[in-house]
Design a binder for this molecule. Structure first.
Ligand code: 5GP
Length: 246
């Protein structure tokens, strides 16, 4: 497989990905970098090989989710670091799912990390780096018209289905899916009025917490965020258990 594919203009460079225009109208090429940032860009580094693993984990997750009926922006993987996706209008929300208390929830509410939740919790943050992605309520979303009632209930339904599926998928390889972040996008019809909501962005150890079921060892970006070391090996271990070659 070619290492890189011909692509159009660069549209955006983010912390972990670069987006290029695809050759076909309405498509985008996502290029996955090894760069890692944390705490809203205050900590910067690289995790060697991360881009390749995140590209392939995202491919596997998106394909599996499509199979259970979740619409996604994913079209196909093009190379080790590139995948073709549909262009979407991103809903400016970070949809956070939590099965176990960790990270900012543990800090904010003073609850010990690792405390299981009675039922999965869905939280929303406003997608705005300058503001540090502040937590917002459903009422903010509706009052600010970031999404309407119908979309919000679709987001809840899809997110619960995704969580149920992924918890099972990771449990099958001895990993506890603690929490994760999703983003959704709108794909408009040709009339520019009708649209459908799809899962967008990526799913990888960059945006979820994965703990080994037996040892509780962290197999995700917290190894980098918290200076635990062994982040390259942790990403490789997740890929290996998922049957991904890299
Ligand atoms: P927390 O709110 O505890 O920092 O994050 C909850 C979950 O969402 C974690 O799995 C974390 O990786 C993911 N997450 C939250 N915000 C972001 C973000 O801005 N970027 C990425 N990549 N993941 C995020």
């Amino acid at each position: 497989m070619a290492t890189e594919i011909s692509k159009g203009d660069k549209l955006y460079e983010g912390k972990a990905k670069i987006l290029y225009k695809g050759i076909e109208t309405g498509t985008i090429i996502q290029y996955f970098k090894d760069d890692a940032t944390a705490f809203n860009n205050q900590k910067k580094g690289t995790i060697t090989g991360k881009g390749i693993i995140n590209n392939k984990v995202t491919e596997l997750v998106m394909n599996n989710l499509e199979r259970i009926g979740i619409p996604t922006h994913f079209i196909e993987r093009l190379s080790d670091r590139e995948q073709l996706v549909r262009e979407v209008d991103i809903v400016p929300l970070e949809v956070i799912v939590r099965n176990v208390v960790a990270g900012t929830m543990a800090k904010r509410l003073g609850i010990e990390e690792g405390t299981p939740l009675m039922r999965p919790l869905i939280e929303f943050s406003l997608k705005d780096d300058d503001l540090g992605d502040p937590l917002i309520a459903e009422e903010h979303i509706l009052s600010l018209d970031l999404a309407d009632d119908e979309e919000l209930s679709e987001i809840f339904d899809m997110t619960h289905q995704i969580n149920d599926f992924l918890r099972g998928m990771f449990a099958g390889i001895g990993i506890n899916l603690i929490d994760f972040k999703l983003e959704y996008g709108r794909i408009f019809d040709e009339d520019g009025i009708g649209y459908r909501l799809v899962l967008a962005d990526e799913f990888s150890p960059d945006n979820c917490r994965l703990w080994d079921m037996k040892t509780n060892e962290k197999l995700d970006k917290d190894r980098f965020r918290r200076d635990l070391g062994g982040e390259v090996e942790a990403y490789q271990e997740v890929a290996r258990r998922l049957g991904i070659t890299f």
